[in-house]
Design a protein around this ligand. Structure first.
Ligand code: GDP
Ligand code: MG
Length: 703
């Protein structure tokens, strides 16, 4: 019966046979695996009244199909589905051994790790933390010295406990980085549709192997279900192709690199060196980049450089040849909307309402958002390049430890980064989706609740507009301040929530450290363009629709003739709502026109700029001196830098947009958390904006 079979796997010379002999008392029967010349030994282990078959598989460095030993070991596990795999790992050579271990864990069978050669590891000056290793990989880890028999009893107990269901040995899922994981997850779902294949293979393993283009696995799947296998293969090839165009490298190579990355990350987390052994380039760089003191300094430097180049390239340097002189990319966009607007101006006399809709509502609103496409483009460009270089993984590594203090965990950082945590310009929606990799519900919920504080792409136009108006000389400084504030708020909120509403224990995780890469321009550009295009599409659809609705709310009802035209906005529906809130919002320095914009921003934060633009344009139609909303606000008597800054704080922190709220509801499984996220962040935003405004107004005269 296969249910009580234990197989021993591991690298050659890791001590498999020694473990085998210790477990079985060296009883053995040598067999040949059918069809090949590779031998394996099997014997019997008796323990606590149980009788288990133990099989000593041939040693292998990998479970690809390159050598017969690898194939035999792998096929044995696939075909026989043993109750337990004992992975013998040489602790003195941990990183190389873990490369096989990740592949064993990928097979998603119960696994116990015998952390062997502990004596040799110690002699070489390594100290391996078995408990941490076990937490990270999700399987029991038993330190052993098989040649002397140390730890073998514990190993035997663990094996029995797993087989009797008293000890969990199901591995944590192995991750290959966001892009590859998405493809594997999608294909795994497809595999689920074919019961005969699911019976044979762990679905995620089959998906991974097909994406790696493993011919043997494909052959085995075809033998079971020819048509199903062929259609899966076609999907897998498409997935592999997408991965390959993204990274400009073979899919199997990318997957393999991530396995090395996991091995390296686990070693970093679990091994302390008394003697420094490794000397390759990645290590040398990591010594500086992941240094506890230098790492954070470098991170701040990288973010500052990012903002510097983004502003320079998007609108400070006029480097594009254009009719009428050199222009910056932002200049080109603004120029286009100016031209469009002047085309429309004759309309004002004949059809004032249509003109108002087109000029104030659509061009003012959508144009206001599209003005920031160059900024967003360069932001995405640099962030994509950093992602592909491997630096983002280091950021997660550097920040893992400090973030634990706040009740978050390393994977939270990945959610923050996707949501715009490095620089700015991500999106909370995929950020919240990224929390799916987190195993602990409380950690996950907490991360979801604070991820929307990051500076997503939609907040960028608001910041950029207000910075241009009030802090034109300190753009990088103000952006850095906002960047830091978003993190500080997220961390403090997490700290408080962790101790009040979202209590629970924390789980550790593997920090994967892939090797550094020079980013490939084509992949980076494609990624950048995809993200930028999504932003543009959103401006042309959702944002456009909301702007038209808001425009209507700001335009209707029209005042009766006796009311002065300049009071029309106040007379409108939105104007009345804004005025109703004004007594409260005044504490943060927001007038009723700002309130209108902020109400619109509940739907999507890009709307804030457009709606402010529309509100100020509708209020003050006589004034044609100002090209941009920034100029208009800078010159406006009611506005000052403090008020601008308070508004930025509020926009950064208040309620997540509709789509984000819907995703929080879906991912947390309850409206309660979605409603909570909306209310607590709005309350927090208001309190901080009020403090900023009140304190700022006191200090303002001294500057
Ligand atoms: P296999 O190739 O994985 O089957 O490894 P073996 O069990 O044949 O062991 C390879 C060599 O390592 C043998 O000389 C063993 O005596 C030795 N060995 C096994 N376990 C340990 C251990 O924990 N510590 C030390 N120092 N040597 C060991
Ligand atoms: Mg052996």
């Amino acid at each position: 019966m296969s249910t009580d079979e234990i197989v021993i796997a591991g690298n050659p010379n890791a001590g498999k046979t020694s473990v085998y002999n210790r477990l079985t008392g060296a009883s053995q029967q040598v067999s040949n695996y059918p069809g090949v010349t590779v031998e394996y030994k099997s014997g019997v282990m008796r323990h606590a009244g149980k009788r288990l078959t133990v099989v000593d598989l041939p040693g292998a460095y990998s479970l690809t199909a390159y050598t017969q030993e690898e194939l035999v070991a792998r096929n044995y596990i696939v075909d026989r589905k043993p109750a337990l795999i004992v992975d013998v790992v040489d602790a003195s050579n941990l990183e190389r051994n873990l490369y096989l271990t990740t592949q064993i864990l990928e097979m998603r069978a119960p696994t116990v790790i015998a952390l062997n050669m502990m004596d040799a590891a110690e002699r070489r000056g390594y100290q391996v933390d078995a408990a941490r290793l076990s937490q990270l990989l999700g399987v029991p880890v038993i330190p052993t010295v098989a040649s002397r028999g140390t730890g073998v009893n514990e190993l035997r107990d663990a094996c029995i406990a797993v087989i009797e269901g008293r000890l969990d040995a199901m591995p944590a899922p192995v991750r290959f980085g966001h892009a590859v994981d998405e493809e594997i997850a999608a294909l795994t779902g497809q595999v689920g549709a074919y019961p005969s294949l699911v019976e044979m293979f762990a679905p995620s393993w089959l998906a991974t192997k097909l994406i790696e283009k493993d011919p043997v696995v494909y052959g085995q799947a075809r033998a079971i279900a020819p048509e199903d296998a062929a259609s899966l293969k076609a999907l897998a090839d498409e997935a592999a192709h997408r991965i390959e165009t993204h990274f400009d490298a073979d899919a199997a190579t990318i997957v393999a690199e991530h396995r090395y990355g996991i091995a390296a990350g686990v070693v970093k987390a679990c091994v302390s060196f008394t003697a420094q052994a490794r000397r390759d380039m990645t290590d040398q760089i990591d010594k500086i980049v992941c240094n506890r003191l230098l790492g954070p300094v470098i991170l701040v430097g990288v973010v500052a450089m990012l903002f510097f180049w983004v502003f320079k390239l998007s609108d400070e340097w006029a480097w594009l040849p254009w009719p009428g002189g050199w222009q910056s990319p932002t200049g080109v966009v603004a120029w286009s909307f100016d031209v469009l607007s002047s085309f429309l101006s004759p309309l004002e006399a004949y059809a004032p309402m249509l003109h108002s809709l087109l000029d104030a509502g659509i061009i003012g609103g959508v144009g206001g958002v599209l003005n920031f496409v160059p900024l967003i483009f360069f932001m995405f460009l640099f962030v994509s390049a950093l992602e592909d270089s491997g630096y983002i993984a280091r950021v997660a590594f550097i920040l893992d430890r400090p973030l634990r203090v706040f009740g978050l965990q390393g994977k939270s950082i990945l959610a923050f980064i996707v949501a715009g945590g490095i620089g700015a310009g991500g999106c909370a929606v995929p950020g919240i989706m990224a929390t799916r990799t987190m195993r602990e519900d409380k950690d996950r919920l907490l991360t979801m609740l604070v991820t929307p504080f990051m500076n997503c792409g939609a907040k960028m136009p608001v910041y950029a507009m207000l910075i241009a108006a009030f802090f034109p000389g300190d753009r990088i400084l103000v952006m850095m301040t906002l960047w830091a504030l978003s993190w500080v708020t997220a961390l403090c909120a997490a700290w408080v929530l962790r101790r009040t509403i979202v209590r629970g224990t924390q789980t550790p995780f593997v920090m994967e450290l892939p090797p550094y890469h020079l980013p490939v321009l084509r992949g980076v550009l494609r990624h950048t363009w995809e993200r930028t295009w999504m932003y543009i599409k959103k401006a042309g659809t959702i944002i456009l629709a909301i702007n038209i609705v808001l425009w209507a709310l700001m335009y209707f009802p029209r005042p009766p003739d006796e009311v002065d035209d300049s009071d029309a906005l106040a007379y409108s529906m939105a104007g009345r709502a804004g005025k109703t809130l004004e007594p409260v919002s005044a504490a943060a320095g927001f007038d009723w026109k700002t309130n209108i914009a902020l109400i619109g921003g509940f739907a999507a934060k890009e709307v804030v700029v457009g709606a402010l633009g529309t509100a100020y344009a509708l209020e003050d139609q006589t004034d044609e001196n100002y090209h941009s909303l920034s100029e208009r606000l800078a010159a406006h008597p009611d506005w000052n830098p403090v008020r601008g800054f308070a508004l930025m704080i509020f926009v950064m922190l208040y309620a997540p947009c509709f789509v984000t709220i819907a995703v929080i509801r879906r991912e947390s499984g309850s409206w309660k958390w979605a409603a909570f996220a909306t209310l607590y962040s709005t309350a927090l935003a208001f309190v901080l904006a009020v403090i900023t405004y009140q304190v700022g107004m006191v200090l303002l005269p001294y500057f």
